[in-house]
Design a protein around this ligand. Structure first.
Ligand SMILES: [Fe+2]
Ligand SMILES: [Fe+2]
Length: 439
């Protein structure tokens, strides 16, 4: 980690702020980057089954939740295909044909020059003469759709996920494709920031996708970023109301939780003998979070959703290592990312009231992020090398988790009126921070 707090303490806070704003404003233009590194190439240790035989049946490997679509006619010269769905969980392929090692140099995002397409909801790769290349959907499937393997690929191309994880609400395994009159009935999943849905689709012979039925399996909370302290649970998004109202009600809850986080931090820093300016900075940040709670709550009510009340909690005070660990993850990673998102929202929200609120919030969150780096600079030298290594590992895990969570799509209304980044833009922000701040 770069000693950014050094910059901040020497009255060069504007450099830190400029860095975060630049990442926010550049990311919209820079999206569509390759994702090597962000998705953890070295973490997959799975080799898909080599021989599934000539007959096709939906299959869930115990090692990887990919569905085998061997039997799909491949482009001339190709002997393997692997397809990934939405940006979420890039380490997990969804459809595979033939043999395809998902680790090592053959893994698509580890192959030089073969990045995922972050602007699409899917990425399909084939291997031809030992070389992995990304292909368009229409290079591997076209009408008429006469095979179940083709129907699954068409569903993937329509933004659905096809894997075999979890207990499906329908009792039918996701990734099934059943021949019916006029095409194939496909059971598949779809995510957005409000939930995981299971859909029954009709993939017609002409290659069109019709939604026959859709069921909410699980409510999901997306990467709405607020500083949380250990023992606090992030508020869930309410089940009812407008998208904007539900979103801002959740944000208001997180802001309220951040009050606790900073009050605890101030008390802990004081007990641990931190410089008074850090303690006062933490207290001032708690006051900011109180104001954010009111402002975001007002926005929720403007969109007809009442924010949940978050009563202040009492917390035990912890030792230096625990404080530094939480600060490294919640502050240096998550709140720093949250500040970048705030700047993006301040620049892109189409709703003028939202835009004005986010402009103020982004400035405050940038100061909170800077405080995190200042606390890290004070705390880390007092720890052992083993403790610092543990903190670095936790930060890397937090960055990885962040990269995954931001790749879930928010609804179009939230992208437009609240100015939230689309998944490819959000990932470009994570990558920008990884290169310029977390390196
Ligand atoms: Fe805040
Ligand atoms: Fe904050």
């Amino acid at each position: 980690m770069k000693p950014l707090n050094e910059i901040i303490r020497t009255n060069r806070y504007d450099v830190f702020r400029h860095t975060l704003r630049s990442i926010a404003l550049a990311s919209a233009a820079a999206s569509g980057l390759g994702l090597a590194g962000a998705s953890g190439c070295t973490e997959a240790h799975v080799v898909l089954p080599l021989d599934q035989g000539p007959s096709w049946a939906p299959m869930c490997s115990t090692e990887v939740s990919a569905t085998d679509i061997t039997g799909l006619p491949l482009p001339a010269g190709a002997d393997g295909l692997i397809a990934y769905g939405t940006l979420y969980d890039l380490s997990r392929p969804q459809l595979v044909a033939g043999s395809f090692c998902v680790d090592g140099p053959e893994r698509p995002d580890c192959s030089p020059g073969v990045p995922f397409d972050t602007g699409e909801s899917f990425s399909i790769f084939i291997r031809r003469n030992g070389v992995v290349e990304r292909v368009a959907l229409d290079e591997v499937v076209s009408a008429p759709i006469v095979l179940p393997q083709q129907a699954l690929l068409v569903a993937l191309g329509a933004g659905y996920r096809l894997w075999c994880e979890g207990e499906p609400a329908s009792g039918v395994n996701p990734a099934s494709a059943t021949p019916v009159a006029g095409g194939f009935e496909v059971v598949a999943n779809r995510y957005d920031c409000f939930g995981l849905y299971e859909a029954t689709l009709l993939v017609t012979e002409a290659g069109e996708v019709q939604v026959l039925d859709e069921r909410l399996l699980t409510a999901i909370d997306c990467a709405v970023i607020g500083r949380l302290t250990d023992g606090t649970v992030a508020p869930a998004r309410s089940a009812e109301g407008s998208d904007l109202g539900r979103y801002f009600a959740q944000v208001a809850g997180l802001e309220a939780a951040a009050v606790d986080a900073f009050e605890r931090m101030a008390a802990e820093l004081s007990t641990l003998g931190a410089p008074t300016d850090l303690v006062q900075w933490a207290r001032a940040s708690a006051d900011d979070e109180r104001r954010h709670t009111r402002d975001m709550g007002a926005l929720a009510e403007r969109f007809a959703v009442t924010p949940a009340v978050h009563p202040p909690q009492a917390f035990a005070l912890r030792g230096l290592f625990e404080v530094a660990l939480e600060n490294a993850v919640e502050g240096c990673v998550r709140e720093t990312y949250g500040a970048v998102v705030g700047h993006h929202q301040a620049a892109h929200a189409q709703d003028p009231v939202v835009r004005a609120a986010m402009a103020q919030l982004a400035e405050d969150e940038t100061r909170h992020a800077a405080l995190s780096w200042a606390v890290a600079e004070w705390a880390l030298p007092q720890l052992s090398e083993a403790e610092r290594a543990e903190i670095r590992a936790a930060q890397r895990a937090a960055i990885d988790a962040l990269a995954r969570s931001v790749s879930l799509p928010e609804s179009d209304l939230l992208l437009r009126d609240a100015g939230l980044p689309a998944p490819d833009v959000a990932l470009a922000m994570v990558q920008g921070l990884a290169a310029q701040v977390w390196a």
